[in-house]
Design a protein. Structure first.
Length: 224
């Protein structure tokens, strides 16, 4: 019975997301911050807040990105949606199955796949950057590319991450920040410092994405 529910969630999720985003127009700012590494064949580690997952899953579908997903039951629903969008799901997290998840990310990067990690997942606190993504970047030597999404109009779930679902006909902006590298010799204190730095970067990108999407919405006459 669980397997039927998981499978149905994947099919339904793919269909609903695809239908929604056919009505939405997106703009990507700073794309070359990751595309230049793809041209070189160098995997990157995308970091994004958990609440911004939906538009980024859609706009990076079928690119073979390996995403870290919690081993909790709720993570199985997300896994089915991700796989149907062409992602590889690596199970684990910073709070449960963390070592397993890190090993899976390292294997994926060494196979040439980009990685995606929500450093405030799987259960928060929201917009607090945990160091798991930094360790993956440190071990693999991959650059970290922060990315944020904003929508001119959106619904937000009453959840810890205020999960964002753009409304039909909204304008979406994706903001890609400059790459960051983590030194191989960085210790725990340095990783915590860099986590705080990237937390600020992601929050700045999130606000910029929100403002730019709102400006595009106003330009086409959207109401509040």
């Amino acid at each position: 019975m669980d397997e039927l529910r998981f499978r149905a969630a994947g099919v339904l999720g793919q269909g609903l997301v695809g239908a929604l985003f056919t009505t939405i127009r997106a703009r990507r700012d700073g794309e070359d911050n990751y595309l230049r590494f793809r041209r070189e064949g160098t995997p990157v580690v995308f970091v994004l807040w958990h609440g911004h997952l939906l538009p980024l899953v859609h706009y990076h579908r079928r690119e073979g990105v390996a995403a870290l997903v919690s081993e909790h039951t709720d993570g199985e629903y997300l896994t089915r949606v991700l796989v149907r969008h062409g992602f590889e799901a690596v199970r684990g997290s910073s709070t449960r199955g963390g070592t397993k998840g890190l090993k899976g990310l390292i294997r994926a990067a060494r196979a040439g796949r980009d990685l995606a990690v929500t450093p405030d997942g799987p259960q928060g606190p929201a917009r607090k950057f945990k160091i798991g993504a930094l360790v993956a970047a440190q071990v693999t030597g991959s650059p970290i590319v922060p990315v944020a999404a904003g929508a001119s109009r959106a619904w937000h779930f009453d959840s810890w991450d205020r999960f964002m679902v753009p409304r039909p006909l909204a304008r979406v902006t994706l903001e890609y920040g400059e790459p960051h590298w983590i030194e191989r010799e960085a210790g725990a204190a340095e990783l915590e410092r860099r986590a705080g730095e990237l937390e600020d970067v992601l929050n700045t990108l999130s606000e910029r994405a929100r403002q730019r999407a709102a400006e595009r919405g106003r330009a086409r006459g959207e109401g509040a």
